[in-house]
Design a protein around this ligand. Structure first.
Ligand SMILES: [Zn+2]
Ligand SMILES: [Zn+2]
Length: 138
């Protein structure tokens, strides 16, 4: 099994991930825009029990419904434990170089601007995630 070791910018928090990503995508939702101060973010999803904090104590807070964890020193956003699921989202920039290979975009209805590439651009979520499979016309 692969192992990913990563850390926040200042090194106070170390994460260890014992799994390959289950899904990788760009999220354009307005929550991500607000929390990350970005137009959209890259996210890799892993089984929650495979994502372990092995050093430091991230602070947790919940914006609307999604609990997110960040480093209290440098502010790096680290992970979001999805409620009522066994899934944890990890910020793509924390992955080793070359590992983030997004397969689609989600919540494009909230996008600040179109991001034109060859990936599917779901208006909300793909059907396998409980969405409608509708795509936007970018
Ligand atoms: Zn830090
Ligand atoms: Zn989002």
């Amino acid at each position: 099994m692969s192992r990913i070791d990563t850390r926040c910018l200042c090194g106070a928090i170390h994460l260890r991930i014992h799994h390959q990503p289950l899904a990788q995508f760009y999220c354009h939702c307005d929550d991500c825009q607000a929390v990350h101060g970005a137009s959209y973010v890259g996210i890799a999803v892993f089984p929650s029990d495979a994502v372990e904090v092995i050093r430091g104590a991230p602070i947790s807070w919940t914006y609307k419904t999604l609990p997110r964890q960040r480093c209290s020193s440098c502010g790096t956003l680290l992970i979001a434990r999805v409620p009522d699921s066994e899934l944890t989202g990890v910020k793509a920039n924390l992955l080793p170089p070359g590992m983030f290979t997004p397969a689609f975009h989600i919540h494009c209805q909230f996008a600040v601007l179109p991001v034109v590439d060859d990936l599917p651009h779901y208006s909300s979520l793909p059907g396998v995630f409980g969405g409608t499979d509708d795509v936007v016309a970018w």
